[in-house]
Design a protein around this ligand. Structure first.
Ligand code: NAD
Ligand code: MN
Length: 357
């Protein structure tokens, strides 16, 4: 028997709704492969926990997480807790403490879905964004002065270290290599942001010299965003700073069917610490409690977790299960044109996984 311990932070809003379906998919994997077991521990760290305790997780929260093989996160955020608290006191500490410096975000049009981009299909929409996940624009350094006066000002510093930039760019190149893909594209803005971005470009060029077989492009973030829509077929692996990658991947999600479908992995490539898998969407207060959130982003994130744990065939089984339901086209949540509930969608995917096994 192979055991994996998984910490589950379902979170707020639609987080628990989609996570319930992610866990069903995990149980389906256990039923198919009776030699694998997931020991699940659910942690109630969310904005409700904050209301009760004045913090997003216990003081030893990171120590608790340290011992798990992986972490699954639903979504965090509630209208009554400022977003910078929920993000800075829970998600960012996990990403940083566990050196999850790669945020891996596939942009892939699944079978059975149509892109809002006319003339673009599965062949054109299939690439991966590698977002730097521990530094850059999300720096926590800066401050505000002179509140309430006409001289009020706010400063936020961007922090780019050679260590941090180099390791994520290296990861992007090795990912391209291991996927058998030919191009790595970097997001830059060295015309306007005149210290950090030229530095980013320089490191990108340095690293690219050890991969002469891979074609490289450096595009300014504004033009790159436009290419996501007009020429998505030119991308294999895109590497971007924390903020640029965040924005690009919501756009990427939109061109392949929406936020309800987009998964991610916060990866510690060295495997010294647990990695964390989560849909890229938030807690969606506008639809929370209605039972209509799309669970695919979460189930696909579980599939990425299987890949990361070294069971690619199980990751593929989950993804095939999702695609089969989309191709049948009968059970769909409202965001992709249907009337199904979150749990009906999850059940349909579980059934298709069981049929395939
Ligand atoms: P959001 O991703 O929650 O929602 C954006 C839009 O997408 C909404 O219209 C929502 O209904 C829709 N949507 C999102 N997920 C969906 C799904 N699974 N199925 C169908 N539709 C879906 O972004 P937001 O509204 O900017 O943020 C809401 C809250 O979530 C905020 O508190 C924010 O800070 C937080 N947030 C958390 C994370 C995270 O936990 N990693 C990420 C982004 C935002
Ligand atoms: Mn985001």
């Amino acid at each position: 028997m192979e055991h994996y311990s998984v910490a589950v932070i379902a979170g707020d809003g639609i987080g628990p709704e989609v996570m319930a379906e992610g866990l069903k998919a995990l149980q389906a994997v256990e039923r198919v492969h009776n030699w694998i077991r997931f020991d699940i521990r659910c942690l109630d760290w969310n904005c409700g926990y904050y209301a009760r305790h004045g913090r997003m997780m216990p003081d030893n929260g990171l120590e608790i997480l340290r011992d798990f093989d992986a972490i699954l996160l639903g979504a965090i955020g509630a209208p009554d807790v400022p977003d910078h608290i929920s993000v800075w006191e829970l998600i960012l500490p996990i990403r940083r403490r566990f050196h999850q410096y790669v945020n891996l975000r596939p942009i892939k049009l699944l079978k059975g879905l149509e892109s809002p981009l006319r003339h673009k299909g599965q062949a054109e929409l299939d690439f991966v964004v590698v977002r730097e996940n521990t530094e850059g624009e999300y720096s926590n350094m800066g401050g505000r002065l002179h509140a309430g006066t006409p001289y009020e000002l706010a400063i936020q510093n961007n922090v780019f270290t050679r260590f941090g930039v180099e390791r994520v760019i290296r990861y992007a190149f090795s990912l391209a290599q291991s996927l058998g893909r030919k191009r790595v594209t970097a997001a830059t803005k060295s015309n306007g942001i005149n210290h950090s971005m030229p530095f980013w470009d320089e490191v990108f060029r340095d690293v690219s010299r050890s991969h002469p077989e891979i074609r490289t492009d450096l595009f300014h973030i504004d033009a790159l965003a436009a290419y996501f829509v007009s020429r998505p077929e030119i991308f294999d692996v895109v590497v971007a700073s924390n903020l640029f990658g965040d924005i690009l991947t919501d756009l990427g999600a939109a061109v392949v069917g929406g936020l309800g479908l987009a998964p991610s992995g916060n990866i510690n490539p060295e495997r010294e610490y647990p990695s964390m898998f989560e849909p890229i969407h938030g807690s969606a207060p506008d639809i929370a409690g209605k039972g209509i959130a799309n669970p695919i982003a979460t189930i696909w994130s579980v599939s990425m977790m299987m890949d990361h744990l070294g069971h690619r065939e199980m990751g593929q089984l989950l993804l095939d299960g999702i695609e089969e339901v989309l191709v049948e086209g009968v059970v769909r949540t409202p965001d992709i044109g249907g009337r199904a509930t979150t749990s009906e969608m999850g059940d349909a995917i579980v059934n298709s996984i069981m049929r395939k096994a």
